[in-house]
Design a protein around this ligand. Structure first.
Ligand code: SF4
Length: 84
């Protein structure tokens, strides 16, 4: 099982729960939450809603469970991902 992509839909309330759960992937800003560039194939810090960049290969498997846990813990359910 792997998570190939993760992104943030509109509506993040910057609660910080995802960063607390998975700080290697999520970084909460003043206005939203970014998928950290260093874990993405395109290297960009953003919500990844437009870019839809894949995660780096090692992250896809090693942090899959942690990303799923963060998504489940998001109070407004804006963390979305592709799972294979
Ligand atoms: S858990 Fe959800 S609402 Fe909270 S900062 Fe992360 S994406 Fe935003």
């Amino acid at each position: 099982m792997a998570i190939t992509k993760v992104w943030i839909e509109e509506g993040c309330i910057v609660c910080n729960a995802c960063e607390a759960e998975t700080p290697d992937v999520f970084h909460v800003t003043d206005t939203s939450c970014n998928i950290i560039g260093s874990c993405r194939k395109d290297g960009i810090d953003s919500e990844n809603r437009d870019e839809m960049s894949e995660l780096n290969d090692d992250i896809q498997t090693e942090l899959a469970d942690s990303i799923i846990a963060a998504a489940a813990g998001c109070p407004v359910e804006v963390i979305k991902y592709d799972q294979v």
